[in-house]
Design a protein around this ligand. Structure first.
Ligand SMILES: Nc1ncnc2c1ncn2[C@@H]1O[C@H](COP(=O)(O)OP(=O)(O)OP(=O)(O)O)[C@@H](O)[C@H]1O
Ligand SMILES: [Mg+2]
Length: 227
């Protein structure tokens, strides 16, 4: 369902600071798989996730999702593709600090002219799941790091995406909230959502419902283990 076909990502091409962040990556993920990306800082995890989410394009090779060659699509198509299919939890949350938690969560759906009443219910459910229901109307800049992260997770889940991409989702969560997050991932997996998580958090490395662990080193895949 997700295919990375011989992709390379090079930053600052032909400049003195040229850097190959990913080199000839060839990976396939099936629908409903839970995949963990691991590797040292700078190994290329975030870069790979942004290519799969069609947030950037590879210099070589292509990303194919459900037979669509998304890395070849123009930007207006990729943003539509993302809105309909992908929930992205960013390493640096990408929330809008001057908007409330609620407004940040609803934001990706505004262009679709959503049914407000259904949406309210869904947002309330999500906020409750993450124990931030009392923060609904608080401006994001006034929330703690862990609270902001939970808003970001809620925003990624609001459109029931087929693909969830999470970059260090538990980096600012305490042990209890990290375990809660893992429970949510487990239930999403049961809904046949494909989930890709880049993480350093050892909590993810021996979960029995993880399908694949992909290890990157200096932009190359050095190991793929199946459980
Ligand atoms: N926009 C960019 N311009 C130039 N270099 C970049 C850019 N984005 C990433 N890089 C470089 O590409 C390499 C891979 O970065 P990436 O963010 O993918 O690593 P990572 O595995 O996610 O690391 P971490 O665990 O610290 O999040 C790094 O050397 C980084 O400095
Ligand atoms: Mg990263």
């Amino acid at each position: 369902m997700i295919r990375c076909k011989n992709i390379s990502k090079i930053f600052n091409v032909n400049k003195p600071n040229e850097l190959t962040a990913l080199k000839e990556i060839d990976l396939k993920f099936k629908e409903g798989e839970l995949v963990i990306l691991k590797g040292a800082s700078g190994s290329g995890k975030s870069t790979l996730l942004s290519l799969i989410a069609a947030l950037s394009k590879p210099n070589v090779g292509e990303v194919i999702i459900d037979e669509k060659r998304i890395s070849k699509m123009p930007d207006n198509f990729t943003s539509l593709f993302r809105r309909e299919n992908v929930g992205f939890i960013f390493q640096k949350y990408n929330l809008i600090p001057t908007l409330s938690a609620y407004d940040n969560i609803i934001l990706p759906l505004i262009p679709t002219n959503p049914n407000e009443k259904q949406l309210h219910k869904r947002i309330d459910e999500l906020l409750k799941t993450f124990c931030i229901e009392d923060k609904k109307d608080v401006l994001v800049k006034n929330l703690s790091g862990g609270e902001q992260q939970r808003v970001a997770i809620s925003r990624a889940l609001i459109n029931n995406p087929k693909i969830i991409i999470a970059d260090e989702p538990t980096a600012n969560l305490d042990a209890k909230l990290s375990l809660d997050f893992i429970e949510i991932i487990k239930s999403l997996k049961n809904d046949a959502t494909t989930i890709l998580i880049a993480t350093h958090d050892p909590l993810f490395f021996d979960l029995d419902f993880v399908d694949k662990i992909v290890e990157l080193k200096n932009g190359e895949v050095i190991d793929v283990s199946h459980s």
